[in-house]
Design a protein around this ligand. Structure first.
Ligand code: SF4
Ligand code: SF4
Length: 395
């Protein structure tokens, strides 16, 4: 099984809409038709492989409801594997691998934080709803555990379980399915009606990709942290304590196009409620420009590939006359944190800011945890990373 075997590609009319509307390549119709045909027939397209940022948007443009993003990803990875060119950094980023960045990061957390993660590994007692905390959220375990806003939610997030996002986005269907199978086995033991996802990526992978690509269903409902906060706010259970008084642009993660308008609106509604004036970028929603994180698939030169994509985003931010950019996705926030200072743009991490605005004390903001990633990278035996054999699976 693979990403593309789950779609009926005989339905592709080779209309080229996916590449004509692509906000990165914006191909002419004739070229788009030729490139999608080449991808389907010979599995190769020079331009797509050099420029695609793997952002998901084209899935929304396909009139046949196919998933061209996954087609491109799979063909790209097949071509890299044939050349034996997969960076060792790729499998290191997946949770659940024998050598994993996440294991190394969690091992660097304080004793107190590690005991919180141990507690979050236990199946919580039966409860109406729980908070699921994924890989990056666990780095904020101290503030989440001690949050007054999230107090009523039992927390669950064993360090080796994951929604599978990184494995999926970075082109390893096998590692994705291995991860998800393991996570689903644990989820089967939960006696809950609703799971609140701290991270938007987990929400996308567990509510959308799991069902619409992998074809698996969860026995409970899912809700994003943002929708949950809006519910609490509207019912008067939480009230604004420290307005953010901020005018900012908003960077949306690639998964916003997958989740659609409801999620995008929830983000804006809750952020505006905290005293934020949002100025929209010209690319947003289903024509959003990526933070560049997945473009690292194309090269071992991380700074070069990141800055190439991110400079387009920073240019758009500057066009608004505002030097602030709010980010809800932890992956985007971390990726952008390596370059934002060079562009003179201040980043705002929405989960931390929202919890603070509604009364929590954030002692370990994600912005202060970035060095843990650098330290983890430096621990990798092949740092500064070589190419490795391409077969990747979770042990
Ligand atoms: S994944 Fe994004 S960049 Fe790649 S073709 Fe689709 S819309 Fe364009
Ligand atoms: S994947 Fe969809 S949008 Fe792209 S060429 Fe095929 S039918 Fe058209």
């Amino acid at each position: 099984m693979s990403y593309t075997k789950l779609s009926d590609w005989s339905k592709c009319t080779k209309c080229g809409d996916c590449l004509v509307k692509c906000p990165v390549m914006q191909m002419e119709r004739q070229e788009a038709v030729a490139e999608i045909t080449a991808l389907l027939e010979i599995g190769y397209s020079e331009r797509i492989f050099n420029e695609c940022t793997f952002c998901f948007n084209c899935n929304k443009y396909c009139p046949e409801n196919l998933r061209p993003h996954e087609l491109i990803l799979e063909k790209f990875m097949d071509a890299r594997k044939k050349k034996g060119k997969i960076s060792a950094v790729i499998p290191y980023l997946f949770n659940g691998m024998q050598t994993s960045m996440w294991k190394d990061i969690y091992a660097m957390l304080s004793k107190n934080e590690q005991s919180i993660l141990k507690k979050w590994s236990e199946i919580p007692s039966p409860s109406k709803e729980i908070l699921w905390v994924g890989c990056i959220g666990r780095m904020s375990c101290f503030d989440i555990e001690n949050s007054t806003i999230l107090q009523e939610l039992p927390k669950f997030g064993p360090p080796d379980l994951c929604c599978g996002e990184l494995a999926y986005r970075l082109g390893s269907w096998k590692a994705y399915t291995d991860t998800v199978k393991k996570t689903l086995r644990a989820f089967e033991k939960l006696e809950i009606e609703r799971m609140v996802c701290y991270c938007g990526s987990c929400y996308n992978y567990l509510s959308n990709i799991l069902k619409n690509v992998y074809g698996k269903k969860l026995p409970f409902k899912l809700i994003s942290l943002y929708e949950w906060l809006n519910e609490k706010r509207e019912s008067g259970k939480i009230t604004l304590k420290k307005p953010l008084n901020l005018k900012t642009t908003l960077h949306e993660s690639c998964y916003v196009s997958e989740l659609g308008n409801e999620f995008a609106q929830d983000l804006r509604t809750v952020y505006k409620s905290a005293g934020v004036d949002i100025v929209e970028l010209s690319h947003h929603g289903d024509c959003n420009l990526s933070c560049g994180a997945v473009s690292v698939l194309r090269t071992l030169n991380l700074p070069k590939s990141l800055f190439k994509e991110q400079s387009k985003k920073y240019k758009e931010v500057k066009k608004t006359g505002i030097r602030h950019m709010a980010v809800n996705c932890p992956g985007c926030f971390i990726t952008l944190s390596f370059t934002n200072r060079f562009a003179g743009i201040k980043l705002h991490y929405m989960p931390d800011e929202l919890l603070e605005a509604y009364g929590d004390k954030i002692t370990k903001p994600l912005s202060k945890r970035i060095p843990l990633f650098m330290l983890a990278f430096m621990k990798h035996p092949t740092f500064p990373f070589k190419h490795v054999d391409a077969e990747i699976s979770i042990r």
